[in-house]
Ligand binder design. Sequence first.
Ligand code: F1P
Length: 344
Amino acid sequence: YATYEEIRRQPETWRTSLDFMSETKDPILRFIRENQPKSVLFTGCGTSYYLSLTAARFFQVQTGIPAHAVPASEVMLQPSSVIRPHPAPLLIASSRSGETTEVVRAVEEVRRRKLARCLAVTCEPSSRLTEVADFSIPLPHTREKSVVMTGSFTNMLLALQLFAAFLSENQNVLEDMQKLPRLGQKQLLTAEEQARQTALDESRNHLIYLGLGEYYGLACEAMLKMKEMTQLFCEAYNPLEFRHGPISVLNEDCRVFLLSGRTSREYDADLIPDLRKQGSDVKVVGEPTDSLDPGQRVDLPPGLEDGCRSILYLPFFQFLAYYQTLQLKLNPDQPRNLGQVVRL
Ligand code: F1P
């Protein structure tokens, strides 16, 4: 299946993206310095919106420039409710295809009203989006055959994170990002095997993904992969928000994935027993910890800052959705009711 190949080849494509970004660093920084944005609005649809959520948090933490993310339909239909033109913001639009109607129209609308300058990140260098944007970061080596987005998510996110790190000139972050292809390659086989084993248990058919801050966008993307490929019932929440009502759905049909980071560790320890109370299975995905049995954990390589670790969460969740799809005897390349591009 193309989906499988596209998940597997990710660490190599991350290397190409890092090299490409280093080569184009000067024009990217020139574009930003010319525009001096006082805030940044990230946008996209579906997977590209979820990567925008994570990229916005990372960007604000790195640069100190206020950043947030909204779905492209909101920029398209209600631009003045999400963009204030003074002081001038920057709009960063992400789209694998560069053809999704809401994204293209959002950028067109913002430019027509002169609300902001626009930077595009896409896997299609000759798309409508690159035509209408002021500046583009093209990543054609991450083009995909599969309907679902896998490597395009991690690569577009990586490019945006590197862009933030260029601006902040944070050497630790820049060094951590260079380690990702090697760490990702090392972790890939374990992630695949753990995902394959987890998917064998079909009794858990209500899946819940929890992530805080930068990890909320990752939790949403993990949820979307499973939903698109398997049509199982999946939800994503902020972990502590989950306690404020949604927790009442838990039962023995549920499996909860907690994307754990350093900032939330203390609170995660307190939350896990509550998640288990009604017989739900809980898997904690993050840096290794002695406080949980190996069967309750999905270990990621240790030593990186929370934000820099982001893309390493994805291969496990992508493989999980892939193997769960095979388990249900569905075709991972062709999810029901979905095409590569949504045009209105
Ligand atoms: C965004 C998107 C995907 C979704 C499906 C349809 O596309 O909504 O997230 O999985 O493939 O398109 P794009 O704007 O990134 O091309």
